[in-house]
Design a protein around this ligand. Structure first.
Ligand SMILES: Nc1ncnc2c1ncn2[C@@H]1O[C@H](COP(=O)(O)OP(=O)(O)OP(=O)(O)O)[C@@H](O)[C@H]1O
Length: 250
């Protein structure tokens, strides 16, 4: 199995000398190709900080982060944007689609900087849009789309460059339950069919039950890790049991 992300003894402090907050403490974890991982934990536990370090948006105070064989602490700032463009897809809670572009152009955007021909780009957008149930909406602008369609558009955009890993920060946070289900179903499909590696932060146990592994973070540490192994319903129950054992504080 190929290791896509390896984190070794990673710590993160904020603030200046004498006023430091130790937000993450000696975190280690490995994500393999094709894994679908959730990170859960109470507000302020350090989930977004961890995601920002893993996705190279922020730098660790100490420890090692290896992304697809590259030690990110050794990559210069100028090369980091290329690394992000080539290897990482992002899905944010608030979609981040550009209002003045059609869905087709929004999904194609990460490819616009490359050297691909426009017909090739269009074919790729259509292929991915189909996976997300968006093939009939490609000529629409974001204001003509529902929240769920926008978020599936953002997910399609994150996949267009065939990244090594997709990071999603509360991707269902702004969606009603039906739209959340459709997004999660699409993510589940691209995980299984394209062997896409997905790392997602969520507060929601139902959302987490779509992934295959859950890391529970509290006070800057990994408190426990759950593996799916059984059906999604049983995994949901396992997550709920873990949350109640931790005091249900989410
Ligand atoms: N730039 C920063 N400077 C100082 N402290 C920060 C900074 N960013 C985050 N923190 C602190 O680090 C801690 C962890 O924040 P983080 O956003 O990672 O938590 P979280 O688990 O994602 O929380 P939530 O679920 O509420 O989004 C918090 O106490 C927060 O106040």
């Amino acid at each position: 199995m190929k290791e896509i992300l390896k984190i070794k003894d990673v710590s993160k402090d904020y603030g200046i000398k004498g006023f430091k907050t130790n937000v993450l403490r000696n975190i280690s974890l490995t994500v393999n190709e094709g894994d679908f991982v959730s990170i859960m934990g109470p507000s302020g536990a350090g989930k977004t900080t961890l995601l920002n370090l893993m996705s190279t948006l922020d730098k660790a105070t100490s420890g090692e982060i290896i992304l697809d064989g590259i030690d990110v602490s050794k990559v210069k700032n100028k090369e980091l944007s290329k690394l992000r463009r080539d290897k990482i897809g992002f899905i944010f809670q608030d979609y981040n689609l550009l209002d003045n572009m059609t869905l087709m152009d929004n999904i194609a955007l990460p490819l616009a900087l490359g050297k691909k021909k426009s017909k090739e780009i269009e074919d790729r957008v259509i292929e991915i849009a189909k996976k997300f149930g968006l093939a009939n909406h490609l000529n629409k602008y974001p204001y003509q789309l529902s929240g769920g369609q926008k978020q599936r558009g953002a997910a399609a955009r994150s996949l267009i460059t065939n990244p090594s890993v997709i990071f999603a920060d509360e991707p269902t946070g702004a969606l009603d339950s039906r739209s959340a289900y459709e997004l999660l179903d699409s993510l589940d499909r691209i995980n299984k069919e394209n062997n896409a590696t997905i790392i997602m932060i969520t507060h929601d146990p139902i959302t987490a039950s779509y992934s295959n592994e859950v890391y529970m973070i509290n006070d800057g540490n990994i408190k426990c890790k759950l593996n799916k192994g059984e059906s999604r319903k049983e995994f949901y129950q396992k997550i709920m049991d873990m949350l109640s054992a931790m005091g249900g504080e989410l």
